[in-house]
Design a protein around this ligand. Structure first.
Ligand code: 8YV
Length: 320
């Protein structure tokens, strides 16, 4: 009998999905999210062919170096792969897979939730309802600002950025974008391209971050200062892209009128001054958190492991 391939997961998986994995692999399933060191220790013990990991588990070069030679593939249940040193993995012959496409719509939906929640001061209103609606708002109290018709500047016009643009068009928002490269005319549509981010920022009544992390801080104090007064800032990409002290200053000065954030420099131990600010609407990194999307992400990640272990190159292999 040929030995079955084996994998170790770093995250707990619901029973029905676990059955599907067990049909394919021998499988070490934890009942909680494991730390990198715990996964390495299990890998040492079980000598698996693959690892199934999640965003909360950093895999840097020093971790890769400690993995047993049996590991041929690592699949992360995320589209972002800034938590994995891809070059170090590839150098050891380990292929890395991620979960593109399947989370685009859920993440773009969350992005609009952040935008609307920030613009309409949802946090204060939710607190009021949590307190049994003790405070009746006067006609000119608790007001937000319109989203409809505001100009949105998108940084990162990949799949998620374009899905955000599609939704924003439904709010009759003119779209500007900054991207490493200009999109083809069919993908660009009516959006206006800015090669220089600095030139786009003064026009952004709404600034939307939709680019991958892992490239340092994009939104510095100087760049926040270029926004029009009262701009709404929305980030569902990565907290590492933002100088949070600079954002707090901009929220206090009113340069940024409101911010909707799903991601933070530190997660989960984020800087709670961001929540103390009245003009923020915060979510705990739930961009892709729907039943349909998380199921599809898991299936894509597991499918990637299966394909790689069968000698194929699936479309969700991460390339450096
Ligand atoms: C996370 C994300 O995967 O895919 C990404 O890069 O940031 C999210 O979809 C998800 O929140 C699980 O941590």
């Amino acid at each position: 009998m040929t030995a079955r391939a084996s994998i170790i997961a770093s995250l707990p998986i619901p029973p029905d999905l676990r059955d599907r994995i067990e049909a394919l692999f021998d499988y070490v399933a934890p009942d909680r999210h494991l730390r990198t060191d715990e996964v390495i220790a299990l890998a040492d013990l079980h000598q698996p062919d693959g690892l199934l990991v999640s965003l909360g588990m950093p895999i840097r070069a020093e971790h890769i170096a400690r993995l047993p030679g049996s590991v041929k593939v690592i699949a992360t249940t995320s589209v972002g792969h800034d938590h994995i040193d891809i070059a170090a993995a590839n150098a050891r012959g380990i292929v890395v897979c991620n979960t593109p496409d399947v989370l685009t719509d859920a993440t773009a939906d969350t992005h609009m939730l952040l935008l609307l929640g920030a613009a309409r001061r949802a946090k204060a209103h939710i607190r009021n309802m949590d307190g049994a609606w003790k405070t009746r708002n006067g006609f000119f109290q608790g007001l937000g600002v319109d989203v409809t018709g505001k100009t949105m500047g998108i940084v990162g016009m990949g799949r998620i950025g374009r899905a955000v643009a599609d939704r924003a068009r439904g709010f009759r928002m003119p779209i500007l974008y900054h991207n490493r490269t200009r999109l083809s005319a069919d993908l660009e549509g009516d959006a206006r391209y800015f090669e220089a981010l600095e030139e786009m920022l003064p026009h952004c009544q709404v600034l939307s971050l939709n680019l991958p992390g892992g490239q340092g801080v994009l939104m510095t104090r100087e760049r926040f200062a270029l926004l029009p007064k009262g701009a709404i800032f929305v980030n569902s990409a990565r907290g590492s892209l933002v100088d949070e002290d600079a954002l707090l200053e901009a929220l206090t000065s009113g340069r940024v009128g409101a911010a909707g954030l799903d991601v933070f420099q530190r997660e989960p131990g984020y800087d709670t001054r961001l929540n103390d600010a009245e003009n923020t609407f915060l979510l705990p990194h739930i961009g892709s958190a729907t039943v349909e999307t998380r199921t599809a992400m898991l299936e894509l990640a597991v499918g990637g492991i299966e394909a790689v272990l069968s000698g194929n190159t699936p479309h969700n292999v991460v390339r450096v």
